[in-house]
Design a protein around this ligand. Sequence first.
Ligand code: SAH
Length: 396
Amino acid sequence: MSTALRPNLLGLSPVKLTALLEGMGEKPFRARQLMRWIHRRGVLDFGAMTDIGKSFRERLTLETTLAPPELVSRYDAEDGCVKWIIRAASGSSVEMVYIPEGGRGTLCVSSQAGCILDCSFCATGKQGFDSNLTAAEIIGQVWLARRELGSFENGGGPPVTNVVFMGMGEPLLNFDNVMDAVDLMLDDHAYGLSKRRVTISTAGVIPGLERMRGRTDVALAISLHAANDELRDELVPLNRKYPIAMLLEATRAYMADLGEHRVPLIEYTLIRGINDHRRHARELAALLADFPCKINLIPFNEFSEVSYRRPSASSIGKFRKILQDAGHLVTVRTTRADEIAAACGQLTGSVHDQTQRRERFLRRLDGEASLDERPAGLIHSARDDSRQQAESQGTG
Ligand code: SAH
């Protein structure tokens, strides 16, 4: 069988791997054995999987593959953050970032090469959209990070304790592949992460939120950024289809199913003169008055393709205080690892746009400063400024 036609076992969810092996006449425990070799020990060579019979290993070698995505480059920051660029099968490159903090290690993963949502302040959207990542390319980011960090079982390297879908792409627009990867993140025979330490961050894809109900129980982050529809329509064009009231309702429904006093994280990127005024803070406080949540303020990370600016530290502080005085739990995300240009939500990679999004964008700017340069030095890694927020964000 040609390699392209063989199933890549790396990205098969526990259920799919079990089904495939059953189809080959094997018992379910074989799937657990294989997952432990692949995801816990980092072994890709079937020949080395010594507790699996030789003839079956030979069959696996002939009929399947075990292929992580190609690693293009790695950048290490002095504070321990690491950014990797990987190449997707489509040819586009995407980024992932490791953020160590205390005993935690958060991996910020990408779910798509590019993004179609075109949020006005997001560097990824400016690249256009190329393709969904496969489940192997998504879980492959966790696999590669563990290999690179030397943190497979008995490796001793810094651990990946948390995963946040805050890299490139909208995870709920690549639902099935994201969920297959999430299943592996949570499975005890694979990565064994707690459901509270895997966070899906969404701009508000309502059908995806509805599908999450009953399908998963991981942590949820909502990219709100504005407390009224008029402003949110501008910042997050998806809002024209799924306005704020609808989004909060779908979020509430998902959280209600989880019980256990779990609350969503509300992400609010603060942009100077756009959504950072005191009246915006009061409006946000009122909107969320009866909505249990934690609020994470993200000072805007500047990049050359847009003229938005980050607010001053003092206006961020005032914004935060208004929310806190209204009884909200608020944290501010701080940036680090500037020198490697790495931030969740700020990753650009190099996307082969299939939607002409970028061309339209360039036309609109009509000959302004050259946009061909990759925006460098403007991508910052996200860090939580308190343990409490880290937990709410899934970095706890
Ligand atoms: N599509 C998903 C996940 C990717 S973005 C989502 O929208 O949630 C992860 C977070 O970073 C989102 O809250 C996003 O709005 C935010 N973000 C994107 N660009 C940013 C920028 N330039 N500065 C600060 N935050 C940004």
